[in-house]
Design a protein. Structure first.
Length: 239
């Protein structure tokens, strides 16, 4: 069976149209649509192509799941990435697809939503407070910040990504619960640390005094910046 993919065409298709590939590394087709819709809202003049593999984890709950999902994605992606102008890897992790695709697409931006959200947090001038899905991601994301000598806090809502996407109301309540003990006088950019949380920014913003960052939106913003400034090359890509 071939990979699932769906092109969402906005504006006129042509040489001037930026083509963005949104990779959802798990097998949730509905989530893939939601991710593409988030990017389309940020990049209305672009052509958005959503992709997810037909095999692999339904929900990526560990680094092992991430590696398995990368294997199936690379098996099914074929030459699709080479046809695109930019790629978003929509898994809130240091996903193995990112370096692999960067090696293949030397002069094109490949952006993970974790990296994009930290870029947005840095632009806001305050450290991130990452609220992720399952508890297993707390040490992984904490180590990621530590290795980069970056200040930040990681919390979890104690649920799988699949459950978060299936029940957005419960997800919003769970995120708010994690914010109850946060010191409101300490500025942190709240990073929604799971692709399944995309589209929830407006529901969380009234309950947080500082920026709320959707990693998928942040990745789209970074691509928009690249399109406008053309500063993204093999040495300057987001790391």
């Amino acid at each position: 069976m071939g990979a699932w993919r769906q092109a969402l065409i906005v504006g006129k298709k042509g040489a001037s149209c930026v083509r963005v590939l949104v990779i959802n590394p798990n097998t949730q087709v509905e989530l893939s649509y939601a991710l593409a819709e988030t990017v389309r809202n940020k990049l209305p003049e672009a052509e958005i192509v959503a992709f997810c593999p037909t095999r692999g984890p339904l929900s990526i709950e560990s680094e092992r799941d991430a590696w398995e999902s990368a294997w199936y994605c690379m098996e099914e992606l074929g030459e699709l990435p080479a046809e695109m102008d930019a790629v978003i890897v929509a898994c809130y992790s240091d996903h193995p697809l990112i370096p692999v695709l960067r090696d293949r697409l030397v002069h094109k931006p490949v952006i993970g939503i974790l990296q994009a959200s930290l870029w947005a947090s840095a632009n806001a001038g305050i450290p991130p407070l990452i609220v992720t899905s399952g508890d297993s991601w707390i040490p992984v994301l904490s180590n990621y910040l530590s290795q980069r000598q970056q200040e930040g806090i990681v919390r979890a809502v104690h649920a799988s990504a699949a459950d978060l996407f299936a029940n957005s109301s419960a997800t919003i309540d769970a995120i708010r619960t994690e914010l109850v003990d946060a010191d409101p006088s300490t500025p942190y950019a709240l990073c929604l640390g799971c692709a399944a949380m995309t589209g929830l920014t407006s529901h969380i913003t009234p309950h947080w005094s500082y920026p709320v960052i959707d990693g998928v939106e942040a990745a789209a913003d970074w691509i928009k910046n690249w399109c406008e400034e053309r500063v993204c090359d093999g040495d300057k890509r987001l790391r």
